[in-house]
Design a protein around this ligand. Structure first.
Ligand code: HEC
Ligand code: HEC
Ligand code: HEC
Ligand code: HEC
Ligand code: HEC
Ligand code: HEC
Ligand code: HEC
Ligand code: HEC
Ligand code: HEC
Ligand code: HEC
Length: 493
């Protein structure tokens, strides 16, 4: 038996003593009791004091942002006073237990009292976010902190949310999905925007950042081809073989045809007059190379060709300096005869101008730059025949030059002015108009990734917007009541 532990009786006695000593009121125990009581009551009093009497700064977590600095003395514009009358206490506790803290929802409604037109961005969103999830106040007197990838990824990288949105999207009428008017000016009828059909599941791929997981652009994913029927071969024109130097001197380069808009963001449209005419001047009479068909409306061209004697008369007076009318007539007759050695009839001339793809390809004495000047309409255009009586009426399919290709994202050429066009557009290897020369997502990632030169411009915000003007009647969003948690859990209204 162990000496130190003693007999079982002795052990039992020792434990009894210990238990008894617990119930003894020593001065130390008394002090501890009063201290605890004081701490509890003191805290309650502090809460009461702070809630009722403390100056605003007491609780202020930090100065308001620059944007809201004018509200420094008007805390109530965002924070509603919340009087806690007797009897409502349990009600409030219950409500918070069930629905979570209500203050954010209140603040959100306050935000929307001043900021209308901030609809949550897609009609199939199943879980909205609080304004303060993305725009945090009280972070210091500068601008509010920028919205980050994480704010967007809270939905875009949540498979459950995005799948639910994909399902919900199938119930929403397609017309409710629109391009964001902040990204594309849809009210400009002059602007041709490439609008691809929304995929069956919508744009609900799951990913966290641009460099990782962001889907390839839809037009490459779906291998879109351009529908424009205007013939243009970048490879041939950029290759230089047989292409003469431009009038300004130098080789034909991208910026001869593609000039930035005044803002520098996007490129202006290519036009015949500014970008083709210098080399393709629509000559047709080899004997009078400066005599040109007007470009454009087929009817006008036809009228021009049917009044050739009068047109030659004009040429004589304007360009040949012939004033004597009988000499003008002689000149005209001579040219018409000359023309008939090139085209057997006026009818054939007209057909050649409108319908022959390369009218002068057989003229051996012409080198390719010269021949290119003698282009008929069908050299560049799709020309259809709509027979009217005996003569086929030419119908030119008007080119549709697209102005906005990636309409769900922003782009700015000016910010990439130091980058060679060819880095992004594989134009030099394209021989068909139907080739789409838009850059791939990978080509952007080479710079727009944490390791790239544009590491600081790799957030979703760099290329996208979030809000769209509210498609619902004004005020509908503000009227929506409910707590923050309700707002998160209930489907968007
Ligand atoms: C533009 C709206 C706005 C104004 C004006 C404003 N606040 Fe806030 N305040 C907020 C938001 C948003 C929060 C963040 C709530 C959160 O994220 O938990 C917040 C949080 C707080 C908090 C922290 C309490 C909590 O619930 O987390 C205090 C305290 C506070 N504000 C005090 C003030 C005072 C004092 C003023 C007046 C000087 C003021 N606020 C003005 C928007 C505002
Ligand atoms: C009393 C009206 C009022 C309330 C309430 C209010 N704001 Fe503002 N807010 C403004 C005004 C005015 C500006 C514009 C200031 C400026 O142009 O710099 C602004 C600017 C902003 C901006 C920056 C705009 C920009 O150009 O970058 C954001 C973001 C913003 N508010 C979000 C909020 C959020 C979130 C809330 C709620 C927590 C809120 N606001 C509450 C009046 C208000
Ligand atoms: C509340 C959830 C939610 C948040 C937060 C969210 N998104 Fe979305 N977003 C969606 C859903 C759902 C779709 C799918 C729309 C569809 O199917 O057409 C979508 C689609 C998009 C699209 C493609 C559709 C289009 O028309 O442009 C872009 C771009 C986009 N979001 C950008 C952003 C950015 C940038 C942020 C962060 C500022 C963000 N989203 C935050 C839910 C969200
Ligand atoms: C002689 C004029 C001319 C030159 C020079 C030229 N282009 Fe084009 N480009 C056009 C025409 C015409 C179109 C519209 C027809 C088409 O889509 O192919 C076009 C369209 C484009 C498009 C958008 C259409 C698409 O299919 O994606 C891009 C991008 C483009 N060019 C880039 C370039 C680059 C880069 C260069 C220089 C390497 C260049 N172009 C040189 C005339 C020119
Ligand atoms: C710097 C002079 C120059 C400019 C500017 C120019 N071209 Fe050409 N283009 C040529 C030459 C030269 C040829 C003939 C090449 C050959 O036959 O080998 C040609 C050939 C063509 C062809 C026929 C080649 C083929 O694909 O079979 C078309 C179509 C054409 N150009 C369209 C255009 C259009 C449209 C523009 C304006 C957007 C334009 N070109 C601007 C010089 C030019
Ligand atoms: C060298 C190529 C080329 C030839 C040849 C050519 N065009 Fe065009 N045409 C273009 C280009 C490029 C455009 C689009 C840009 C523009 O409107 O200037 C165009 C546009 C047009 C349009 C549409 C204008 C509009 O406002 O929508 C018509 C109509 C037209 N051409 C008729 C003709 C006729 C008729 C001929 C023959 C006499 C002809 N073209 C010869 C290159 C050519
Ligand atoms: C960093 C990549 C990049 C570089 C460099 C670049 N582009 Fe682009 N370009 C784009 C993107 C992205 C678009 C699609 C913009 C849109 O329409 O949504 C585009 C569109 C275009 C278009 C179609 C019209 C338009 O503005 O949308 C033309 C033409 C074009 N680029 C020509 C050029 C030329 C010429 C250069 C060189 C001076 C050049 N690009 C340099 C990325 C680039
Ligand atoms: C060679 C590197 C490079 C490539 C490739 C590149 N970018 Fe950029 N991009 C930059 C840099 C650097 C900036 C920041 C410019 C600044 O600081 O103002 C930028 C800025 C931007 C901006 C912000 C423009 C603004 O208005 O502030 C957008 C949008 C953008 N890039 C989109 C794209 C897209 C889309 C692609 C692919 C088609 C692309 N970039 C490819 C280097 C690149
Ligand atoms: C460097 C520019 C850039 C950045 C950064 C970027 N995107 Fe995009 N995003 C684009 C472009 C360009 C498209 C294609 C637009 C189109 O097809 O009209 C696109 C397409 C999308 C789409 C449609 C996807 C689909 O299925 O076609 C969604 C959703 C989207 N982006 C969300 C985001 C989110 C969320 C982030 C941040 C995590 C982000 N993007 C970052 C440029 C960018
Ligand atoms: C998922 C993140 C997110 C949420 C949630 C969000 N915003 Fe924004 N907000 C943005 C982004 C990103 C911008 C930048 C411009 C844009 O995308 O339209 C912005 C811009 C703004 C701007 C200034 C730009 C302008 O003129 O439109 C205001 C004001 C604003 N938001 C208010 C609100 C209000 C009010 C709410 C709540 C109803 C809210 N935001 C909810 C991301 C968000």
């Amino acid at each position: 038996m162990d000496k130190q532990r003693g007999t079982p009786k002795q052990i039992a006695k020792r434990y009894e003593d210990k238990v008894e000593s617990r119930n003894q009121r020593t001065p130390y125990r008394r002090a501890l009791f009063w201290l605890s009581l004081f701490a509890v009551l003191g805290s309650a009093a502090a809460i009461y004091y702070a809630g009722e009497r403390a100056p605003g700064e007491f609780f202020n977590t930090g100065p308001l942002s620059r944007h809201h600095s004018s509200l420094e003395n008007d805390c109530a514009s965002c924070h509603q006073a919340e009087p806690l009358e007797a009897g409502r206490f349990m009600q409030v506790v219950n409500d918070r237990f069930r629905h979570g803290a209500p203050s954010i929802a209140r603040i959100d409604h306050a935000c929307q009292a001043c900021h209308t037109q901030h609809a949550f961005h897609e009609p199939n969103v199943v879980e909205n976010r609080s304004c303060s999830a993305c725009h945090t106040e009280h972070q210091g007197p500068g601008p509010m902190p920028a919205v980050t990838n994480v704010d967007c990824a809270s939905c875009h990288n949540d498979a459950a949310i995005m799948q639910a949105s994909a399902q919900r999207g199938k119930q929403v009428p397609p017309s409710h999905f629109r391009l964001n008017p902040k990204v594309v000016n849809l009210t400009n009828p002059q602007q041709n925007v490439l609008q691809l059909a929304r995929p069956a599941d919508g744009y609900t791929a799951t990913f966290a950042s641009f460099s990782e997981g962001h889907p390839p652009f839809q037009l490459q994913r779906e291998n879109v081809r351009e529908a424009d029927v205007l013939r243009f071969n970048h490879q041939l024109h950029m290759g230089g073989r047989g292409i003469p130097p431009t009038r300004a001197g130098g080789k034909l380069d991208c910026n001869y045809c593609h000039k930035p808009e005044p803002t520098g963001r996007y490129m202006q449209r290519v036009t015949f007059e500014a970008n083709c005419q210098e080399c393709h001047s629509l000559q047709f009479d080899v004997k009078n190379p400066d005599f040109q068909i007007p470009h454009g409306d087929a009817q006008l061209v036809r009228t021009f060709l049917r009044t050739l004697p009068a047109q030659y008369g004009e040429l004589a007076r304007r360009k040949r300096g012939i004033t004597d009318e009988s000499r003008v007539n002689a000149f005209t007759a001579q040219q018409i005869t000359g023309l008939l050695t090139q085209f057997s009839t006026a009818d054939q001339l007209e057909r050649t101008v409108f319908f022959t793809k390369d009218p002068y390809s057989t003229a051996a004495q012409q080198d390719s730059p010269t021949r290119a000047k003698y282009a008929g309409c069908a050299y560049c255009h799709e020309v259809k025949q709509t027979s009217v009586g005996s003569f086929p009426m030419p119908q030119i399919t008007a080119p549709v030059v697209i102005d906005r290709w990636l309409a769900r994202g922003h782009f700015n050429h000016a910010k990439h002015a130091t980058v060679d066009c060819r880095t992004c557009h594989a134009a030099e290897s394209s021989s068909l108009t139907s080739d789409v020369l838009m850059p791939t997502k990978e080509s952007c990632v080479s710079c727009h990734s944490p390791a790239g030169v544009a590491a600081n411009a790799s957030e979703c915000m760099t290329c996208h917007t979030y809000h769209a003007p509210d498609p619902r009647p004004a005020g509908a969003a503000t009227a929506a009541a409910g707590s923050f948690k309700q707002m998160l859990l209930s489907p968007a209204r």
